[in-house]
Write a protein that binds this ligand. Structure first.
Ligand code: GTP
Ligand code: MG
Length: 197
């Protein structure tokens, strides 16, 4: 594939209006969304990465050109859960995020990124619950798998599944990546290929 930066949007009215479908990445600040954009596109500096949480502030669209001529957007969203104390949903998950996931006309599928090292975090589970309530289709990508052993990643994911099954009838699709070790991109791209089918 060949990918390039298309535009940054601060509100829905600024999104591209060319009708192309959008696959978006969401998750806590610092979970590795922008790094995953770079891994998937094979371009190390396409999306801006930072060790400081809160780097991505706008909705960033990256145009993907497939060899067969088809086009779609990979969308990098700002992170949630960073220095937001309020209980209101719009402030917990910044307004721009909620506006996008509930109102973007071309949003086709959402990947919720979760740090594979951590035990299930309340804010992620709340976000996932919100997606369920609104009927927004999503999968989970467990990031930073290089930070621990393969076995530890597997047991953390199994634990995640058990917690989700307390409230969900069925588990969402779950994938594993490491941007540092450049692992998991093929599986994610193959999955996206099926979704866009
Ligand atoms: P915000 O834009 O602030 O919401 O963060 P983000 O989710 O886009 O995270 P970003 O890609 O900027 O990465 C945050 C930090 O985690 C950076 O220091 C990355 O180098 C690091 N990081 C991202 N992915 C991985 C990974 O797979 N493995 C390791 N070890 N570090 C990673
Ligand atoms: Mg980012």
């Amino acid at each position: 594939m060949n990918a390039s930066f298309k535009c940054s949007s601060a509100k829905l009215s600024q999104l591209p209006d060319d009708g192309l479908r959008e696959i978006a990445l969401i998750g806590r600040s610092n979970v590795g969304k922008s790094s995953l954009i770079n891994l998937l596109t094979g371009k190390a500096a396409l999306a801006k990465v930072s060790a400081t949480p809160g780097k991505t502030r706008l909705i960033n669209h990256f145009l993907v050109n497939e060899p067969d001529g088809s086009k779609w957007y990979l969308v990098d969203l700002p992170g949630y859960g960073y220095a937001r104390a309020s209980k209101s949903e719009k402030e917990k998950f910044a307004r721009i995020i909620v506006d996008y996931i509930t109102g973007a006309p071309q949003l086709h599928y959402l990947f919720v990124l979760v740090d594979s090292r951590l035990e299930p975090q309340k804010i992620d589970l709340e976000f996932i619950t919100m997606l369920g309530e609104r009927g927004i289709p999503f999968g989970i990508i467990f990031t930073k798998s290089d930070k621990q052993s393969v076995d530890k990643t597997a047991s953390n994911i199994a634990r995640y599944g058990r917690i989700l099954l307390e409230t969900w009838e069925q588990l969402p699709p779950m994938l594993v990546t490491s941007s540092a070790k450049k692992q998991g991109a093929e599986q994610v791209l193959e999955f996206i290929g099926k979704i866009l089918g």
